[in-house]
Ligand binder design. Structure first.
Ligand code: URA
Length: 324
């Protein structure tokens, strides 16, 4: 138990480090909302079917004459980007910045364009803003390796100027191909340029954030760019709110946590989703076995959960709501 308390304290300290101190009168972030709103099998199945056609529709946005249609894997597309000049910036870059992360990630993070650090390394979000992005993702349960991170532009604009519309239009099809190959369940756009370019709208960040948008069937959250948070800490709180919404929706959609670790076993996590075994979690969703969870949903066997919903075998729970 002392270990668990230390972990909870560490998690709060981490949140405060990333998002700043809680505002006066705020209560600390409570348990995930999914605890109040259990996952329903039918919703997940419907979402899966919808996503199948979403990826086809997104692939269909690529112009018919694009060579991208010939490339069937991420590494083929990466090689195409490395060897092809689509815009002048592709000639002046040190390295193309294609994308990094889990090739089957359920969450895809989309930034604007590489900066100097990214250009030098050929990897997105490796500078100061990138380190903050990593911490933000960790605060909602993702390691950087669990997600896929890419940009709208794959080449650095000089002096970090804003990407031009013609540059965005020329590189967007690469992102469409990445999405249709990775098949994420949800997209997170960081910054206004990322959100407006992907969604094809003209809007302020303030108007875009705080709610989900639809991108051909995929939910999109748009929030502040981590570089903006470094400039203005007042935006950390709304970013935290957006990230909570993102995590809740991700959980509802059956997104995986811990791709990069051992997906078979999730131990002492806040939320464990689709693990084979989940131990000491607050919420366990779609696990084969869940032990000592507060809430266990859609498990095959749930033991000592406070509330167990839709398990196949009868759990030893304090409040046995419904078992099938
Ligand atoms: N900002 C971005 O939008 N992308 C990067 O890769 C780095 C900084």
């Amino acid at each position: 138990m002392p270990d668990l308390l230390a972990e909870i304290r560490a998690a709060f300290e981490h949140q405060i480090e990333v998002y700043g101190p809680l505002l006066q009168g705020d209560t600390p972030p409570g348990p995930p909302k999914s605890r109040q709103r259990p996952l329903r099998e039918s919703r997940v199945d419907a979402d899966a079917a919808m996503n199948e056609s979403a990826y086809d529709r997104i692939k269909g946005l690529i112009p018919g004459n694009s060579l991208l249609h010939m490339h069937q894997t991420l590494s083929e597309v990466e090689e195409y980007v490395r060897t092809t000049t689509l815009i002048a910036l592709d000639e002046t870059r040190i390295n193309p910045v294609f994308g990094v992360g889990h090739p089957g990630a359920d969450l895809m993070v989309i930034g604007e364009a590489p900066g100097a650090d990214e250009d030098a390394k050929g990897e997105p979000f490796v500078g100061r803003a990138g380190k903050l992005l990593t911490k933000i993702l960790q605060a909602i349960g993702f390691e950087r390796e669990d997600v896929y991170i890419a940009n709208i532009l794959k080449s650095r604009p000089p002096n970090n100027r804003d990407p031009r519309t013609d540059e965005i239009q020329a590189h967007l099809p690469i992102l469409y191909r990445q999405i249709s190959l990775i098949r994420p369940k949800i997209l997170l756009c960081v910054g206004r340029t990322s959100g407006t370019s992907l969604l094809g709208v003209k809007s302020s960040l303030a108007a875009l954030r705080g709610t989900f948008h639809d991108f051909h069937g995929l939910p999109v959250m748009v929030t502040y760019h981590p570089a903006a948070l470094l400039r203005n800490p007042n935006w950390k709180r709304p970013t935290w709110d957006d990230m909570q919404l993102l995590r809740d929706r991700y959980t509802e959609l059956g997104g995986h946590f811990g791709h990069a670790q051992n997906p078979d076993i999730a131990v002492k996590t806040g939320v464990a989703v689709k693990a084979d075994v989940a131990v000491n979690t607050d919420v366990a969703v779609k696990t084969d076995v869940a032990v000592k969870t507060d809430v266990a949903v859609n498990t095959d066997v749930a033991v000592k959960a406070d509330v167990a919903v839709i398990t196949k075998s009868k759990p030893v729970s304090k409040k046995d709501k419904s078992t099938v």
